[in-house]
Design a binder for this molecule. Structure first.
Ligand SMILES: N[C@@H](CCC(=O)N[C@@H](CSC=O)C(=O)NCC(=O)O)C(=O)O
Length: 280
């Protein structure tokens, strides 16, 4: 694991690393924020943040305003990239930002030409935590959150990886990817035309299948340009009602899909996770 940059921030450290991934078969970059006083004698719990379409590890750290609150709470932040990258890594030939580079959708692709590199589910749930927990002053107490495509990823991962995450939250998640244009295009490419495997990566389906007990917090702006065509948050409420699962979905008048919305409410989410991680 090679350090790319290190900057002091809010008394802690923002560091970017690059490493060879055995899972995605390419070099991967991720960012970490370590709060003040995190060291090998005092490892701290982690919030994993999954970003949305077109993002890298940088968007969240630079735009969300999360580091100040993470410093105060004693919480580490880890922000992986949103897809594999590199000369050998395929991209969408038409240049659609919702497929290929920056659009890994946190699935393990089964189809050519994607499957050699696009293994983001395994990367985020297995390889990256193992790496950071062995190399950095963090514990295996984990929470997970994300935005849009990353909100979808965070929810799916928390619902499938029982006991690996104590809490999950999301901003403007793609709630039912098997039934929206972004999700249908990505899942067709990565998972194939046979839709039987798609439901394993769909939050609304996973919630509807059985009662879930993991604490779940979701924010959604009413002025989000992707609200009705791509995100469909009402599907989460319908699914939760079917399985008697408790979720909190806060609708916010006038907020859009941007990081301005995330920055407005990120403190609540960090405190939500910190409370479940035993920090407050
Ligand atoms: N550039 C596109 C819009 C892409 C976009 O809005 N990306 C969002 C995530 S969308 C769902 O996953 C994002 O987080 N962008 C990065 C940022 O820093 O804002 C367009 O032109 O419409």
């Amino acid at each position: 694991m090679k350090m790319i940059s290190e900057n002091k921030a809010f008394g802690g450290r923002h560091i970017r690393y690059r490493h060879r991934s055995e899972v995605t078969h390419c070099d991967m970059t991720f960012a970490v924020f370590l709060p003040p006083f995190a060291n090998k004698d005092n490892p701290v719990p982690v919030l994993y943040w999954l970003s949305g379409l077109t993002c890298t590890d940088e968007n969240f750290m630079q735009k969300a305003g999360a580091m100040k609150w993470a410093a105060d709470l004693g919480l580490a932040l880890i922000a992986p990239d949103t897809s594999p990258r590199g000369e050998d890594v395929p991209d969408d030939e038409s240049g659609d930002y919702a497929l290929g580079l920056g659009a890994g959708f946190y699935v393990n692709a089964t189809e050519e030409p994607w499957k050699q590199h696009y293994q983001m589910y395994s990367y985020v749930t297995e390889e990256l935590p193992a790496l950071v927990e062995s190399a950095l002053p963090v514990t295996n107490e984990r929470a997970i959150s994300g935005h849009s495509m990353g909100g979808h990823g965070a929810l799916v991962i928390a619902l499938r990886q029982l006991n690996r995450y104590v809490s999950v939250s999301a901003f403007s998640p793609i709630a039912n990817p098997i039934d929206c244009p972004w999700g249908k295009k990505a899942f067709s490419a990565y998972l194939g035309k046979d839709k039987s495997g798609w439901e394993d990566y769909d939050t609304s389906v996973l919630i509807s299948q059985r009662q879930h007990t993991i604490p779940m917090l979701i924010e959604q702006g009413t002025a989000d340009q992707f609200l009705t065509q791509q995100l469909k948050p009402e599907r989460l409420l319908n699914a939760a009602q079917r399985s008697d699962t408790a979720i909190t979905l806060n609708m916010h008048e006038g907020y859009d899909h941007s990081y301005f919305f995330i920055a407005t409410f990120i403190r609540n989410h960090l405190e939500f996770h910190a409370s479940h991680l035993g920090l407050i």
